[in-house]
Ligand binder design. Structure first.
Ligand SMILES: [Zn+2]
Length: 552
């Protein structure tokens, strides 16, 4: 039987053979909960999960005690807390440096020990085989291994004259570049495994598939003053020229890349077999990542390819690609110069492909990084011109023209902000009271916590929950709201479980008389959950909340 206590940590559950094990969870993307938490099975049998009345109060009291004890106790409390989704994750930035070094050894890649980066073989002229950094390392190799991990991340980083956290953060990506795409499935497995260990159930991973053909075609067609002026007829003409030149050829490559990655990670995780890894229970979808530092014709062609890929994925019902985003430093020269043009390109493509969800990095800026005039319009244009449903970062919101009006608009339109606290501190030096997280919350703009680049930042999502809980004095129900908001604004297909957006009080009509998360939904509610992946995921989150609360 299960042992529940009011101590800080959920008590482990005794399994049938007597071994102790932490709660584990199952999630079916098709709407029906397949199985309950190993621990909560026993709890349900005892009538403790549902109808216990005060389980949530006891969990909230345990949370308050953990907060009082400090970040170590809080970490232990929050590690198994159900966190819903991480919606802002760059796959390459989420993998830890140790994995990349291991993969470089497998690929026969070399290490440039002076520049602290990977280099293609042959490993001559002072280049060291990465394979030398595996197995029994000499002390010299250990020193290089340590330096390489530092160079691939924010570990041990201290800003120096002319080299800021921003510079270090963005420089890492080119240093660990050059590994075989055959590792993508392993990387997804790593990130999903980490998510499962922290009781997350859903990830949207940003990834850039091949687009060289689109790029070459765009370069051949070129750019014109009409296009630079965002003339809609010129946009339409360019789109047609690109399609006529075979732009859709690369749609298949993009779809195949994530299909193979999913197949590979499910194989690694033994999904569907006995003793399947817990990572199998993490649903993964992909956001098509466009590069904003490229020339406008490149951005247009890649954006078109992204919208086409997501549309094709949806039409084929595989739903692996669920949205698009623009990445690379927002303060870069081209990003700043072309910002409005890029928003108009995305806005135009939105008019052609209105069903393709859009999340945009906007306002990942701070006073001093760019001139003050550059802080005045990025978030608003992402919302109003590009029709972003979610904003990544949104750090400079207070510097926008009519910031109160913008916040009001975002709240009214339910534009969610993906909050990346550690990333913002590392790149922008913004933290604590200088971060707009409490402003968004006070103005009822939906917010959820995300990791951005957990491998580069050397963090995980629990770290972000601990940080938010302490820095912003969050209540237990605030934490649940963050997790619920993440799934509410996920790009999973289907309607929400909830009657009103961002109001997690009443369920939608077919589930109105059900208790969200209950083991057996009513037939009407079960049918509703069966028809909506999003509602099913939200139901599962409620079930996890009940199971977690009942452990106290
Ligand atoms: Zn990001």
């Amino acid at each position: 039987m299960a042992h529940c206590s009011s101590s800080l940590l959920p008590a482990p559950c005794a399994t049938l053979n007597g071994t102790m094990q932490r709660p584990a969870f199952f999630f079916s993307p098709f709407g029906l909960v397949l199985a309950a938490a190993i621990c909560s099975h026993a709890l349900v049998a005892q009538g403790l999960v549902r109808g216990s009345g005060h389980a949530e109060d006891r969990a909230a009291a345990a949370y308050a005690r953990a907060v009082k004890q400090g970040p170590v106790a809080l970490r232990a409390f929050l590690d198994p807390f159900p966190k819903g989704a991480d919606l802002h994750v760059h796959l390459s930035g989420a993998v830890y440096a140790e994995t990349f070094i291991h993969d470089a050894a497998e690929d026969g890649v070399c290490v440039d020990a002076a520049a602290l980066k990977f280099a293609p073989p042959p490993c001559t002229g002072g280049l060291i085989p990465a394979a030398q950094l595996s197995g029994n390392l000499s002390s010299a190799d250990q020193a290089l291994y340590d330096k390489l991990i530092d160079a691939f991340s924010m570990r041990s980083f201290e800003p120096t004259l002319g080299w800021s956290g921003h510079d270090q953060f963005f420089a890492t990506f080119a240093r660990f570049d050059g590994l075989s795409a055959s590792h993508i499935g392993e990387w997804v497995d790593e990130v999903a495994g980490r998510a499962a260990a922290q009781n997350q159930q859903y990830l949207e991973l940003m990834q850039t598939p091949p687009f060289s053909h689109a790029r070459q075609t765009a370069a051949r067609i070129g750019w014109s003053p009409q296009l630079a002026a965002a003339d809609l007829r010129a946009f339409a003409q360019l789109r047609q020229q690109l399609l006529d030149s075979g732009l859709r050829d690369e749609v298949a490559a993009g779809r195949a890349q994530v299909q193979q990655a999913e197949a590979q990670r499910r194989l690694l995780e033994r999904c569907g077999a006995p003793r399947a890894a817990s990572a199998c229970r993490v649903e993964v979808r992909y956001i098509y990542q466009l590069l904003r530092a490229n020339a406008p014709e490149d951005v247009f062609a890649q954006a078109l390819l992204g919208f086409e890929t997501v549309s094709a994925s949806r039409a084929a019902n595989d739903d692996l690609w669920v949205g698009i985003n623009l990445v690379q430093p927002e303060d870069g020269y081209v990003s700043m110069r072309d910002y409005t043009l890029q928003m108009k390109i995305i806005g135009y493509l939105h008019s052609i492909y209105p069903d393709v969800p859009i999340s945009l990095h906007a306002g990942e800026l701070v006073m001093g990084l760019v001139p003050p005039e550059g802080l005045r319009f990025h978030i608003r244009q992402a919302v109003e011109l590009a029709h972003a449903q979610r904003i990544g970062h949104g750090v400079d919101v207070a510097d926008e023209d009519d910031a109160p009006g913008l916040l009001k608009e975002m709240a009214a339109r339910h534009i969610m902000v993906e909050i990346n606290l550690s990333s913002n501190e590392g790149i922008l030096g913004v933290n604590g009271a200088r971060h707009p997280f409490p402003v968004y919350r006070a103005d009822k703009v939906p917010v959820a916590l995300s990791t951005d680049d957990e491998g580069v930042s050397r963090i995980d999502l629990t770290h972000e929950f601990v940080r938010a809980a302490i820095d912003y004095n969050l209540s237990y129900s605030d934490l649940k709201r963050l997790a619920r908001t993440s799934l509410e604004h996920s790009f999973l297909p289907g309607k929400s479980l909830w009657l009103r957006p961002d109001d997690f009080q009443a369920a939608a009509q077919p589930c109105r008389s059900d208790t969200p998360g209950a083991q057996k939904p009513s037939p009407a509610c079960a049918a509703y959950l069966g028809g909506s992946e999003k509602a099913a995921a939200q139901w599962e989150l409620e079930r996890r909340f009940s199971a977690f609360d009942s452990l106290f």
